[in-house]
Design a protein around this ligand. Structure first.
Ligand code: HMG
Ligand code: MG
Length: 297
């Protein structure tokens, strides 16, 4: 079996993880987490989101975190921006990379961002235009790529349509979100068979939640198909406030261990990553759900 030589890990713990915790952490703790993740070698970290604080209060204070982060060329610190208001907030604090997020399911789109899929794409058009004008890179998410908590299994064709629309607008990469973690390797194979017919693997990333323990298996399939960007969250933090039953993301520690075993380069120091995961779990008074962490400590 062929595997890529290198994988880029997109660490989403500070955003996808913390957005779903019942305890809202202070700016100092969140900034410290991002600094510890950076020190572990993670070069791409999704730090927060500029969404409505009424919808997701846990992400309040993202501005302050961004202004405190080091301004180097070597690290990408990204933020979710659902609309122009969000983008303007991101620009104010010097963010260089943002992400827009659409869904392959109408009901999820309504519950998550209060509009239809078509309306969301309309909303993103000026976000992309302004970002690209200013040299800000934009990543695109498609949620519910294998199943939706309200509509059930997702037709891969719907994912393809949304992914193509986001790429056409100027997103440089599409992250395929198994938002509720229901997909199995058979589902990701089916999905990628459709997507890779029209989108190169270099434009795709996978974002697996681990609700049914399928995340690593699904990532392995994606790697075999030539995808080299994988989202994960330290300590398996995460979920989605608008996806009932969504458990944490794939734990970054577990991903790193698998990549080590496959001889795939990723640039992350596992002991330092584990220590960052323990730091945040202690602050949250929450168990660390990485299996690798428990095996090694
Ligand atoms: P809305 O209520 O339809 O928006 O929300 P609105 O334009 O009518 O505005 C309502 C109020 O929100 C107004 O304030 C606006 O100013 C304010 P008011 O007049 O009532 O005081 N507002 C904002 N404030 C701050 N920043 C903004 C902003 N926009 C409006 N950017 C909206 C629409 C999109 C804003 C809302 O639905 C929202 O914030 N949703 C975010 C939901 C979210 O963050 N979900 C989690 C992320 S997605 C995810 O986790 C999936 C992913 O991980 C992939 C996967 O797993 O599949 C990415
Ligand atoms: Mg997610």
């Amino acid at each position: 079996m062929e595997y890529p030589e290198q994988v880029r890990i997109v660490e989403v713990g500070p955003r996808d993880g913390l957005q779903n915790e019942s305890m809202s952490l202070g700016v100092e703790t969140k900034t410290e987490l991002v600094n510890r993740l950076t020190a572990s070698g993670l070069s791409y970290i999704e730090v927060g989101s500029f969404v409505s604080p009424k919808w997701v209060p846990q992400m309040a204070g993202s501005e302050e975190i961004f202004t405190q982060l080091p301004k180097g060329e070597n690290n990408t610190y990204a933020a979710l921006t659902p609309n122009m208001r969000g983008l303007d907030r991101a620009i104010e604090c010097g963010v260089k990379e943002v992400a827009v997020f659409a869904a392959a399911s109408e009901e999820f789109s309504q519950r998550n961002i209060n509009c239809s899929i078509a309306e969301s794409l309309e909303r993103f058009t000026p976000v992309l235009e302004k970002s690209l004008d200013l040299g800000i890179s934009v990543r695109g998410y498609v949620s519910c790529v294998m199943g939706c908590p309200y509509e059930g299994p997702t037709d891969p064709q719907k994912v393809l349509n949304v992914a193509k629309a986001l790429l056409k607008m100027g997103c440089y990469e599409i992250s395929l979100g198994d938002t509720i973690g229901v997909g199995t390797p058979a589902d990701i194979e089916r999905l990628l068979a459709v997507l890779l017919g029209q989108i190169p693997a270099t434009k795709l990333a996978v974002h697996m939640h681990d609700t049914y323990g399928q995340a690593l298996a699904n990532v392995l399939v994606a790697l075999q198909k030539g995808i080299t960007v994988v989202d994960s969250a330290v300590a398996g933090l995460g979920g989605c406030p608008y996806a009932r039953g969504a458990s944490g993301n794939l734990a970054t520690e577990d991903l790193v261990y698998m990549l080590n075993g496959l001889g795939i380069d990723h640039g992350v120091n596992l002991p330092k990553l584990i220590s960052a995961g323990d730091y945040i779990c202690e602050k949250l008074n929450r168990a660390n759900t990485s299996k690798v962490r428990h095996a090694l400590i």
